[in-house]
Design a protein around this ligand. Structure first.
Ligand code: UGA
Length: 468
């Protein structure tokens, strides 16, 4: 099918690329001239595993073209709207980009169009889209509007698109549902050349769930808000564990064994970030408020998350006594591993607070450095974790990159001023870290001293517990 994708952000680019992989001819538009120029020149504007390879192949097979929104409207019978919906000051999603696209579709298109909203939008946006398409429908054409929320995680977006658990389509006609079933046919049947695995392991076919548009829109916001709630919940349990001397890893494991709870999204840490959870949570709270529903539960989820950085900083301050003038290594800047995205990343709030307190920061991230430099310039950015650790009085782990799991501990120990790791992501087993002579502070687990120092202080101290 000839499909257009409007907006070449994480969602749009992944959607466009993966649609070519399942046999469609795709035209992808981008309104940012600089970004469009890059894409037309074969340069990736963002890092996402596997995406570059799929885009290169699709471009050379002439299955993927980049250009203007006008061309996108002209070319695609199905149009996926993947434009940004950033938060306004009051927490509402800014839908101006969606409105502009709707107006252009209504004024320009010269035949039937299936208009699919993929950007995360508040409930009833589909209804507004429908209304605006008919208001500006100068050519008296037929349209269908569908909501097809994305459930792509940055860092595994390609796999999530091609091997999803579910495909949700909110439609108001059998024709729209039929077209979407056709578009996703190869994914539903799981029969396409997988670009990720040479020998693709068998995947269960996803559930194709057809609903009305309002319900599909709510599924997206409710899913993200629920996941955010799980994270804030376990973060509060972690605080409690620190006070009473329990191990949050074990508590989460025990909880997760109940299939009604499940073990996913029960990892405590410095809080959730990225461009989805914080913004979607805010938008969902606003939607509930405007609808007269008291969803203050979600306000608490937000507040708990906002307090995570301060909680982490308290650990650092308590251990270092004085922060001003001390060299600190910060490992990890991206809001999570396998992405270069630093939007609403906990690292940014942490760096700003530490710089403000007068710490001398040396930071490292495998992908996020370029973007972090723009956000927080008063930091020395390093090209590997060892360089960042030089003369450090503490290493602060903010993002759990795999690279940090394969450390040369001896080299690290010889570089630092003080062997102290404050791990905001619980990457390590305490025994492993202390065996290398480091003191280890993590989240929701007792602080652990290296073996030698532990025996020297054994008499004096009860288990070191960080107060929540
Ligand atoms: C999230 C959802 O997982 C996707 O399903 C959704 O499509 C996407 O938002 C979106 O709305 O576009 P993403 O933001 O890429 O995906 O990242 P996640 O993997 O969900 O992680 C979000 C944040 O939660 C990260 O900062 C991560 O470190 C944190 N997190 C996650 C925890 O602190 N603990 C956990 O147990 C899991």
């Amino acid at each position: 099918m000839k499909i257009s994708v409007i907006g070449a952000g994480y969602v749009g680019l992944t959607t466009a690329a993966c649609l070519t992989q399942i046999g469609h001819e795709v035209f992808c538009s981008e309104s940012d001239a600089g970004k469009l120029h890059k894409l037309q020149g074969g340069i990736m504007p963002l890092f996402e595993p596997h995406l570059e390879q799929i885009i290169q192949q699709a471009r050379s097979a002439q299955r993927l073209t980049f250009g203007s929104t006008e061309e996108a409207v002209d070319r695609g019978q199905a149009i996926f709207i993947c434009v940004g919906t950033p938060p306004l000051k009051n927490g509402d999603a800014d839908l101006s980009a969606i409105e502009a696209v709707a107006r252009m579709i209504a004024k320009r298109s010269c035949g039937y169009r299936l208009v699919i909203e993929k950007s995360t939008v508040p409930v009833q946006t589909g209804a507004q889209l429908r209304k605006h398409l008919s208001v500006h429908n100068t050519n008296r054409l037929e349209y269908d509007v569908a909501s097809n929320p994305e459930f792509l995680r940055e860092g595994s977006a390609v796999v999530d698109f091609l091997h999803p658990d579910r495909i949700v389509v909110g439609v108001d006609s059998g024709r729209a549902a039929g077209l979407l079933r056709e578009i996703y046919g190869p994914v539903i049947r799981q029969d396409f050349p997988c670009p990720v695995h040479a020998k693709c392991p068998p995947h269960d076919p996803p559930r194709f769930l057809v609903t009305d548009t309002n319900s599909a829109e709510l599924i997206k916001h409710a899913s993200n808000s629920f996941l955010a709630m799980k994270i804030s919940f376990i973060n509060m349990v972690a605080n409690l564990c620190e006070v009473v001397g329990a191990d949050v890893t074990k508590v989460a494991e025990g909880m997760g064994l109940d299939p009604r709870i499940g073990n996913a999204f029960l990892k405590p840490g410095v809080g959730f970030g990225g461009f989805c959870f914080p913004k979607d949570l805010q938008a969902f709270i606003r939607i509930a408020e405007k609808s007269g529903c008291d969803f203050s539960l979600l306000r608490e989820v937000e507040k708990i998350n906002e307090r995570r950085i301060e909680h982490f900083l308290e650990k650092v301050r308590k251990e270092l006594w004085v922060v001003r003038g001390k060299k600190l290594a910060v490992w990890g800047l991206a809001f999570k591993p396998d992405t270069d995205d630093i939007r609403f990343a906990p690292s940014i709030a942490l760096l700003k607070a530490l710089v403000e307190e007068g710490a001398l920061i040396r930071a490292y991230d495998p992908q996020g450095t370029a973007k972090a430099k723009e956000a927080v310039p008063d930091v020395t950015y390093c090209s590997n974790p060892y360089e960042a650790a030089e003369a450090a009085e503490a290493i602060l782990i903010v993002t759990e990159w795999d690279e940090f799991r394969a450390l040369d501990w001896r080299r690290l120990a010889s570089l630092v001023e003080r062997r102290l790791i404050v791990d905001g992501r619980n990457m390590f087993d305490a025994a492993d870290v202390t065996a290398h002579g480091f003191q280890y502070l993590s989240i929701g687990r007792s602080a652990v001293l290296p073996a030698a120092r532990a025996s020297a202080t054994a008499e004096a101290s009860s288990p070191m517990v960080t107060k929540a």
